[in-house]
Design a protein around this ligand. Structure first.
Ligand SMILES: Cc1cc2nc3c(=O)[nH]c(=O)nc-3n(C[C@H](O)[C@H](O)[C@H](O)COP(=O)(O)OP(=O)(O)OC[C@H]3O[C@@H](n4cnc5c(N)ncnc54)[C@H](O)[C@@H]3O)c2cc1C
Length: 531
C-alpha cells in the first residue's frame, strides 16, 4: 500500500477547500485532494452570490438581524455577529485576489442583488454564474501556486485515528481510494481539513451536484466526531421542472427581481401564507409550494418573470435565460415550471469558526460544517460567505502552529477490491439501494414530516444498512459503494435527528409537533463528545 505524509491535507476543491489552501499557502505547503475533477463541486453551481453588508444604507447589524430571523431561534448569536462583521473584509480579500464582481451600470459601485429574507440589497454576484466564475478564478490561482499540490480522483474513504491511553481520538490521516488505479493509498498528515460539501444526493430531488453524498459527515461520524442538526435540510423552493433538466436551480435572485410564484390559474398563492409573498423565507415558500402541489395534485407551480423584457432577463440571468430557452421556455413570455428540491444542509460536523471539530487534528469547513451561523434555516447567500470566513480563520490558526514530525500509525492492508465481472453483477444491487434510500428520504423525511413516516424510514434504513455492511465486507473500496455508504449513514442520522426534534422549527416541519417550543430550542447533537 502506498503511504505518503503531508503537513496539511485538505479534502475538497470547493470554495471552502480552495480559499483555505490559498490562504494557508502564504505560510505553509498544503495538499488538496478531490474525489473527481477539481471543478466538480456545489460551489461551481452557485448562482445568486455572496452576502455582505457593503452598501451605504446597510450594516453588519442589519445583516445579522436578517440571519437571525431566518435561523428561527437556533443561530448562535455570537457566530452570526462575527461572520456578518467580517463579511466585507473577506469580500475585499476576493477583490484583491482579482475576483471581479458585477458593477452598476455607471461602473461607480458594485452591483448588489436582493434575495428572500434580506432587508437590504447586499448580494455580490457575477451575473448568475457567481460560483463558477469565482471557482475558476481561485482554482487558476491555486494551480499556479508552488505551495499548493492539487490531486484529482482521490476519494477519501476513511479517517485514520489513534486513541492514546485515557485520551480522546486524534486524527492522523486519511485512507484514499485512487479511482484511476483502484488502489488504496494512505496519506498521514499533521492535520486533515474536511471541506467535502453537502448531502443533497440523500434525496431524490436535489439542486446539488452528483457527488454531494455527505462523505465528510459519514467519515467524521465514523471517526467519532460530533455532528449536529442533520434534520435541518433546506429545500430550495424553485428547481426547474423539466424532464431533460433535473437539478437545475432557478435562483432566488429571480424572486428578488420581482418574480411571483403562481398556481395553474395564475394566482399568487404564497401571498395567502406570508406577507412577503414569493420573497418570504425559503422554508415558508417551499412548504407553500409543497402544500399547493399536494392539494391540487399539480406536478409543479410556476414562477412568473414576464414583467421583465427578454433583453433584461438575458443580461441579468444569462445562464437561466439560455438554459430555459434551450428547453423551449421563453421566460420573458411564459412562467417557468418549478418544484422544490433538497438544497442545503444547515447541520453538519460541529465546529467553531476556525473549523476545529471535536477530534484533535481534524478540521471541517464549508457546507459540511455546522458552526451555528445558519440556525434552523440558512439565509440565502450566507453559505459562500461562511466558506470564506471559516477557511480564512482556520488558515490563520494553522499558520501559528509549529509543525511537529508527522506521526504515522500501523494500517491493515486492504482486502479484496471488486473485479470487473462481479462489479457488473453487483452494480444492479447498488443502484437499487441508492434509489431506495433517496426515494424513501423524499417521501418520508421530506418538506413535511410525521413520526409515523420517520419511524418507517428508520426501520427501512436499518435493514438497508445491514445489507450494505454485508456488501461492504465482500467488496470494499469502490467509489459507488463508498457513496452509497455515505448516503445511508447520513440518511440514518438525519432520521434520528428528526425524531429527536419534537417541534417544528425553520426547515424542519412535523405534523405531530406543528409549533416551535422554547424547551426544544437547542441543537440536535449526535455522535462524538463536546470539545
Ligand atoms: C445550485 C446551487 C446554487 C447555490 N447558490 C448559492 C448562492 O448563490 N450563494 C450561496 O452562498 N450559496 C449557494 N449555494 C450553496 C453553496 O454553493 C455551497 O454551500 C458551497 O459552495 C459549499 O462549498 P464547499 O466548499 O463547502 O463544498 P463544495 O463546493 O460542494 O465542494 C466539495 C468538495 O469536496 C469534494 N469531496 C466530497 N467528498 C469527497 C471525498 N470523499 N473525497 C474527496 N473529495 C471529496 C468534492 O469533490 C468537492 O471538490 C448553492 C448551491 C447549489 C447546489
Amino acid at each position: 500500500m502506498q503511504t505518503e505524509s503531508r503537513e496539511t491535507l485538505v479534502i475538497g476543491s470547493g470554495l471552502a477547500g480552495l480559499f483555505f489552501a490559498l490562504k494557508t499557502a502564504e505560510t505553509k505547503p498544503v495538499t488538496l485532494i478531490t474525489k473527481v475533477s477539481l471543478s466538480a463541486t456545489n460551489t461551481t453551481w452557485a448562482q445568486g452570490g455572496i452576502a455582505a453588508a457593503i452598501s451605504s444604507s446597510d450594516t453588519p447589524e442589519k445583516h445579522a438581524a436578517d440571519t437571525l430571523v431566518a435561523g428561527a431561534g437556533l443561530c448562535h448569536e455570537a457566530v452570526v455577529a462575527e461572520v456578518t462583521r467580517d463579511a466585507p473584509e473577506r469580500i475585499d480579500d476576493l477583490i484583491k485576489l482579482g475576483v471581479q464582481f458585477d458593477q452598476t451600470e455607471l461602473k461607480d459601485a458594485l452591483s448588489l442583488g436582493k434575495e428572500g429574507g434580506h432587508s437590504e440589497r447586499r448580494i455580490l454576484h457575477i451575473s448568475d454564474h457567481t460560483g463558477q466564475s469565482l471557482h475558476s478564478h481561485l482554482l487558476g490561482l491555486a494551480q499556479k501556486n508552488p505551495n499548493i499540490e492539487l490531486l484529482e480522483h482521490r476519494f477519501a474513504v476513511e479517517l485514520i485515528t489513534e486513541t492514546p491511553f485515557l485520551s480522546a481520538p486524534v486524527c492522523r490521516g486519511v485512507k484514499v481510494l485512487n479511482s484511476k488505479s483502484s488502489k488504496i493509498e494512505v496519506i498521514f498528515a499533521n492535520r486533515v481539513v474536511l471541506a467535502t460539501g453537502g448531502a443533497g444526493k440523500t434525496y431524490l430531488y436535489t439542486s446539488n451536484w452528483e457527488g454531494a453524498t455527505g462523505d465528510g459527515l459519514a467519515l467524521a461520524f465514523r471517526a467519532g466526531a460530533r455532528l449536529a442538526n442533520l434534520e435541518l435540510m433546506q429545500f430550495h423552493p424553485t428547481c426547474l421542472y423539466h424532464p431533460q433538466a433535473r437539478n437545475f436551480l432557478i435562483s432566488e435572485a429571480l424572486r428578488g427581481e420581482g418574480g411571483i410564484l403562481r398556481d395553474s390559474s395564475g394566482r399568487d398563492f404564497v401571498k395567502d401564507v406570508h406577507e412577503l409573498g414569493s420573497l418570504a423565507p425559503r422554508d415558508i415558500v417551499a412548504r407553500a409550494i409543497d402544500s399547493e402541489m399536494k392539494q391540487t395534485g399539480a406536478n409543479c407551480v410556476h414562477l412568473d418573470m414576464t414583467h421583465h423584457s427578454a433583453d433584461y432577463l438575458e443580461e441579468r440571468f444569462p445562464q437561466i435565460y439560455n438554459r430555459c430557452q434551450s428547453l423551449g421556455i421563453d421566460i420573458s413570455n411564459e412562467p417557468i415550471p418549478v418544484v422544490p428540491a433538497a438544497h442545503y444542509l444547515c447541520g453538519g460536523v460541529v465546529t467553531n469558526l476556525s473549523g476545529q471539530t471535536s477530534l484533535e487534528n481534524l478540521f471541517c469547513l464549508g457546507e459540511s460544517a455546522c458552526t451555528g451561523l445558519h440556525g434552523a434555516n440558512r439565509l440565502a447567500s450566507n453559505s459562500l460567505l461562511e466558506c470564506l470566513i471559516t477557511s480564512y480563520r482556520c488558515a490563520e490558526l494553522i499558520a501559528l502552529n509549529r509543525e511537529p514530525t508527522i506521526k504515522t500509525v500501523a494500517i491493515e492492508e486492504p482486502t479484496q477490491t471488486l473485479n470487473d465481472a462481479s462489479r457488473h453483477d453487483e452494480m444492479v444491487v447498488i443502484d437499487h439501494m441508492w434509489d431506495e434510500i433517496r426515494r424513501l428520504m423524499w417521501n418520508y423525511v421530506g418538506i413535511v414530516r410525521s413520526n409515523r413516516r420517520l419511524l418507517r424510514a428508520a426501520h427501512r434504513l436499518e435493514n438497508i444498512q445491514q445489507e450494505i455492511s454485508e456488501f461492504y465486507s465482500d467488496f470494499p473500496h469502490h467509489s459507488d459503494i463508498e457513496e452509497l455508504r455515505s448516503i445511508a449513514t447520513v440518511a440514518q442520522l438525519t432520521v434520528e435527528c428528526a425524531l429527536r426534534r419534537k417541534e417544528s422549527r425553520g426547515v424542519h416541519y412535523s405534523l405531530d409537533y406543528p409549533d416551535s417550543l422554547e424547551s426544544e430550542r437547542h441543537d440536535t447533537l449526535i455522535g462524538g463528545s463536546a470539545f
